[in-house]
Design a protein around this ligand. Structure first.
Ligand code: OSB
Ligand code: MG
Length: 364
């Protein structure tokens, strides 16, 4: 298959309510949709970055600029015989993994359509269903509202609750949650907002709340600080922002910085990198799970395929589209039933449906 054309579309999706995390506040989720055309077909992907470089160094602008200035000139007119080739072709460029993932996804979708096989099958995912956890509960002062949100999630069948924390918003909400829900599977995500020398003691106190895991307490490049904390805590450390590729995954595992990894296919450069990192983790007895970046249905299709791989052993962060006033697709393309999403093992037109609706909007 020869790549004929690469296009990017910047999409703005207003959220119902601001989503507050340890790295800041998101009011509007922006994302970049990527379309790659061959002579006969088109494949769609999503580079699910944020508007500004607050989660990692990428932003909607850096993604579009990377694709236009560096990737498209290298890829246009090129013959691709397997979707995993893209990962190798883009390797000389450092970082920019969210942008690379948008391209990798679009090429996987293109192969999936041309060969009539599902995304899960292309990467070797075998699960029939994947389990999803509750939507991340952002930082807010009203603890009763946090309890209400947890109750709603539990009543709708979610078996894992994820709370965002930051310094000053940790022990108090956790005590309150444990008072009302002593036994739920509960995890916390700090998005890198703590510092080892300032907050080691308060972090060690998290051991009193029987947490499933503590995600990313320190900034992305603080692998050594994570390894110091991991040696002192009973709660398993999970890394998200720190794991950007196979090298950083190896670095974290060799330093014993974490016992669990949150793999976001978008953050690590796409599905080929996801398979490669997962294989390494599996060989080292490290479990993982599929995180999310508030993707639209287009991006979610690739997360579901990733979560269908063996070794993805905890519920995924695949939130419902109603984070937004309206998704670009207006209806749930991947319905969540009893906290599970069915994995498509035969080529089904869900992603085709999502991208058709999107195509209609952008060509107006
Ligand atoms: O740290 O997992 C994170 C959203 C945007 C950026 C980073 C993160 C998140 C989430 C939401 O926690 C996960 C989702 O439901 O898509
Ligand atoms: Mg996270």
């Amino acid at each position: 298959m020869v790549i004929e054309k690469i296009e990017t579309f910047l999409v703005r999706l207003p959220l119902h309510k601001p989503f507050i995390t340890g790295f800041g506040e998101i009011n509007t989720k922006e994302t970049v949709i990527v379309k790659i055309s061959s002579k006969k077909n088109a494949g769609w992907g999503e580079a699910s970055t944020l508007s500004a470089p607050i989660y990692n160094h990428e932003s909607v602008h850096s993604v579009i600029s990377f694709i236009k200035s560096h990737a498209a000139p290298l890829l246009t007119g090129r013959l691709i015989s397997s979707p995993s080739e893209l990962h190798t072709i883009l390797k000389p460029f450092v970082g920019n993994n969210i942008a690379k993932a948008g391209l990798d996804f679009a090429v996987y979708d293109l192969f999936s359509r041309e060969r009539n096989v599902s995304l899960a099958k292309l990467i070797g995912g075998n699960k029939k269903f994947i389990e999803v956890g509750g939507d991340s509960i952002g930082i807010e002062d009203d603890l009763n509202n946090i309890l209400r949100k947890i109750e709603i999630q539990i009543n709708s069948g979610r078996r894992r609750i994820k709370l965002k924390i930051k310094p000053g918003h940790d022990l108090l909400p956790l005590s309150k949650i444990r008072e009302y829900f002593p036994r739920i599977d509960l995890m916390v995500d700090a998005n890198g907002s703590y510092d080892y020398s300032l907050h080691k003691d308060v972090l060690c106190e998290l051991d009193n709340y029987n947490l499933l895991m503590l995600e990313q307490p320190f900034p992305a490049n603080a692998i050594y600080q994570h390894s110091l904390l991991a040696a002192e805590m009973k709660t398993p450390i999970c890394l998200d922002e720190s794991i950007t590729d196979l090298t950083s995954a190896r670095e974290a595992i060799l330093s014993k910085a974490c016992r669990i990894v949150n793999i976001k296919p978008g953050r690590v450069g796409g599905l080929t990198a996801t398979v490669e990192i997962n294989k390494y983790l599996q060989e080292h007895n490290i479990k993982c799970w599929c995180g999310g970046m508030l993707e639209t249905s287009i991006g979610r299709a690739f997360n579901i395929a990733a979560a269908s791989l063996a070794n993805f052993d905890y519920p995924a962060d695949i939130s419902k589209y109603d984070h937004y006033f309206e998704d670009i697709c207006k209806e749930e393309i991947f319905p969540i039933i009893n906290s599970r999403i069915e994995v498509q093992h035969h080529f089904k037109p869900s992603l085709v449906k999502a991208s058709k609706r999107f195509d209609k909007i952008v060509s107006r």
